[in-house]
Structure formats: C-alpha cells, structure tokens
Design a binder for this molecule. Structure first.
Ligand code: BTN
Length: 245
C-alpha cells in the first residue's frame, strides 16, 4: 500500500491536522511530518515537546474497513513496527514497553499516540502519531522521565530520513497485518521484544492507586496480564514504571 508523505516546518500537532484531514476524506497512507509542533500531544492529555531537528514527529492516517475491535492490540502492533525500524537503523537494543512506548535500556526513545474514530465493527479511522527522540542532546534532561535519543544509541548514527522511511515502511506492513489478523500473529515477536517481560513493575491505572505486580503475559487482544498479591489482573490501560532494585 502507498504512503504519501508531506513535511512541514510547523504545525499545531500532526495528529490534530490528520484527524481534520481524515474527516474531509484524506486517504489511508496520508502522512504528515513536522519540524516543529506548537501544540504536540502525548498520551493522557500530556504535552509532547519537541522540534528544531532534535525530534522526529509524524502522524500516519489509516483506514480499517472492518473496524478496530481491539485498540490495545493496535497500539502494541504500532510499537512493534517502530521498534523493528529502530533496530534496522542500528538501535540494536530497542524494545517495546507496554502499551506502546519504545525504550532502550528502560529509557524512553519514542512515544506513540493512537486516536481512532468510527465504529467498532464498521469502517474506522486511526491516526497513529509517533514522536522519536532523534538528537536531543542537552534537552534530554528536560524530559520528565529517563530518556535517550537515537543519536546516542546507534553507531553510526542513522540519518533522520532513514529512520522515518524505515518506520513508515514497517508501520504500513504491520497495519496491514493487523487488519488481516489482529494482534495475534504479532504477539510472539512482541513478547520477545518486551522490556518488562517477566519483570516486577509499578502499575499506574488511570483512576486508581498504583501498585506493584509481576508481568506475566500479553493477551491476543493486547491486554497485559500481571500478577499482584497472588491475583491475576488483565490491564487494558495503565502505565508501567520500572522498579529499581
Ligand atoms: C506519548 O509518549 O505520550 C506519545 C507521544 C506522541 C507524540 C507524537 S509527535 C507526532 C504526533 N503529533 C502529536 O501531537 N503527537 C504525536
């Protein structure tokens, strides 16, 4: 399938722009990348700061004829695509972090924001927004969590163009696979690349108190199975944090 890419100097948010373009009929495969975002958005309503050559920020519009039944699975599939692409570009230790961050040695190198509209069973639209720390230098310390950049994790350093091209190619492949078979065919590769597989983590659910648990499995629907105090819990949305020994 075809991806058509536009690169602009500045936009409020590539994802906001694409959601608007989707509403007026833009086709699947439309991609918008920006050097600077004045209102970049992260998950859980957080802002995503980045620009001036230090980040790679883009969004890709996708259309699913049969709807997206398991959003959790889609989000994992996208994390897998970005991780594969970074590995191809020399970031050999890139791993996924449930639900869809990309990390190197437990430090964030990229984030993903997926927004959908439409029906569960009928045609629907997904806007996949990806922000990668490419070359942030001193700005890395300003990020509110441990973070690394591509330039610090690969040698030789891949060009930003190459990272974008590989990421788009992997995304298109994974989105097609997801449309055909959901997350199930991608699950074992995803698990093998999960930084927290078998580890103890702090779970921060959206509206409840945080607790400690052990990561046990990931389901075919993309939910994370953890065990806490002898009880098995299936998470469809939460944030994980590493527990330092
Ligand atoms: C997160 O880790 O919270 C997700 C961050 C997603 C940021 C990207 S940058 C390109 C796209 N446009 C946005 O406004 N957000 C996403």
């Amino acid at each position: 399938s075809r991806v058509s890419l536009e690169i602009v100097d500045e936009v409020d948010s590539t994802s906001s722009r694409l959601l608007a373009m989707a509403a007026s009929g833009a086709p699947a495969g439309t991609c918008l990348a920006a050097e600077w975002q004045s209102a970049g958005r992260g998950r859980r309503g957080r802002a995503w700061v980045g620009g001036l050559g230090g980040s790679l920020m883009f969004s890709l519009l996708w259309r699913f004829d049969r709807g997206v039944t398991h959003l959790a699975g889609l989000s994992l599939a996208v994390g897998l695509a970005v991780t594969r692409a970074l590995r191809q570009c020399g970031v050999e230790r890139a791993q996924v972090k449930w639900p869809n961050d990309v990390v190197v040695d437990f430090r964030k190198v990229g984030g993903i924001l997926i927004e959908t509209s439409g029906e569960m069973q009928g045609p629907s639209v997904a806007v996949v927004g990806v922000g990668l720390n490419y070359r942030l230098g001193d700005q890395l310390e300003k990020i509110d969590q441990p973070a690394v950049d591509v330039a610090g994790c690969a040698s030789p350093v891949p060009s930003r163009n190459l990272v974008l091209a590989r990421t788009l190619a992997e995304l298109a492949g994974v989105l097609e696979a997801f449309e055909a078979g959901g997350f199930a065919p991608l699950r074992s590769e995803w698990r093998s690349l999960h930084a927290y597989e078998g580890r103890r983590v702090r779970v921060m659910p959206p509206n409840e108190a945080a607790y400690e648990a052990d990561v046990v499995d990931v389901g075919e629907d993309g939910t994370l199975v953890v065990s806490a105090g002898g009880r098995s819990v299936r998470l469809s949305s939460a944030e994980l944090a590493a527990i330092r020994p």
